[in-house]
Design a protein around this ligand. Structure first.
Ligand code: G4P
Length: 294
């Protein structure tokens, strides 16, 4: 069993992450999904595979689907374009956004309309007057759901209150004449079937740092850097990997040495070095890095 399997079922930054909460969130999504036309799933563009929960395909059966590659400002733009195409080929409507600055957020209305084109046409043929499309935002913790909703809704957002025939207490945010959002996003828990998924989710801060394994994360990141971003190791840490035969652990040691992360007896403190590397990734000191490719 890999260490990362232990991560399953623990807490994250904002939510106590245990099976009771997972079940409750899933139930809530199941109830809410009945009320909507389209699910807008928010992915972290740095980990477009690991931040996507496959359970939602089952939950959202029969609904139109939009994927937003969020935090695009932190991801590698070339790889983000590859991921966009990958998911489009799978039949999703995909948009690249930065919820923090609002870049690309306004396009969401258009992409929702495109995704729901079939329904719009059907309604038109039946002579049904266009009513706003109803959308639900969903995503794993820390993917940027709240930030996106605030950005999309903006200052003009009006909570439209309960709708006749709709479960009491549901609030809808009227974005514009075409789209309404359910104000509570659906929380999806990441799946840890592949140990790498656990590590990648940890990088984006979906998991409480107390339960992480920084050295495992550092080895994983270094392997990705060696393969896809070797220049970063040189630019940030002054390390030349030459023909690529240096191992991840050797590179971590080199970084530790350069950074003066030493224990008593001049032994390199790998834990401290790993934490520096993780922090450098999270604060974008390594540049725009995408950890996964299709
Ligand atoms: P959630 O509801 O899905 O759990 O995520 P939330 O919106 O709380 O966002 C989690 C963190 O990600 C926040 O940072 C938020 O600012 C950041 N974020 C969301 N979208 C983007 C984006 O497109 N680009 C960038 N660079 N960051 C984004 P935080 O550090 O927790 O809070 P804060 O320091 O921004 O206040």
């Amino acid at each position: 069993m890999s260490k990362t399997d232990n991560v399953k079922g623990y807490g994250n930054n904002s939510i106590n992450w245990y099976p009771g909460h997972m079940a409750k969130a899933k139930r809530m999504m199941q109830d809410n999904i009945k009320l909507i036309d389209v699910v807008v799933e928010i992915l972290d563009a740095r980990i477009p595979a690991s931040s996507k929960n496959p359970d939602i395909d089952e939950l959202a059966k029969g609904k139109y689907r939009v994927l937003l590659l969020n935090k695009s400002d932190m991801a590698d733009p070339e790889k983000t374009a590859v991921w966009k195409k990958y998911y489009e080929d799978k039949g999703f409507f995909v948009s690249i956004v930065n919820s923090k600055t609002g870049a690309g957020v306004k396009n969401t209305t258009e992409i929702i309309q495109k995704a729901c084109q079939e329904k719009i046409e059907k309604d038109r043929k039946k002579g049904i007057l266009a009513r706003p499309l109803r959308a639900m935002i969903a995503g794993i913790p820390n993917s940027g759901k709240s930030t996106f909703i605030n950005s999309f809704a903006g200052k003009a957002c009006v909570k439209t209150g309960n709708k006749p025939g709709v479960t009491t207490g549901k609030q809808w945010i009227r974005i514009n004449k075409d789209v309404e959002l359910l104000d509570t996003p659906g929380i999806l828990w990441p799946k840890f079937e592949d140990p790498k998924t656990g590590l990648h989710i940890a990088f984006i801060g979906s998991i409480n740092d107390d339960i992480l394994f920084p050295e495992d994360m550092a080895y994983e990141l270094i392997q990705i850097l060696i393969k896809d971003y070797p220049q970063v190791l040189n630019e940030r840490y002054g390390i030349e990997i030459g023909d690529g035969s240096v191992s991840a652990i050797e590179i971590l040691e080199m970084i530790g040495k350069k950074r003066g992360c030493l224990k008593k007896g001049a032994e390199i403190d790998l834990l401290k070095t790993s934490k520096i590397l993780i922090e450098d990734f999270r604060t974008q000191k390594l540049g725009k890095i995408t950890l996964e490719m299709p």
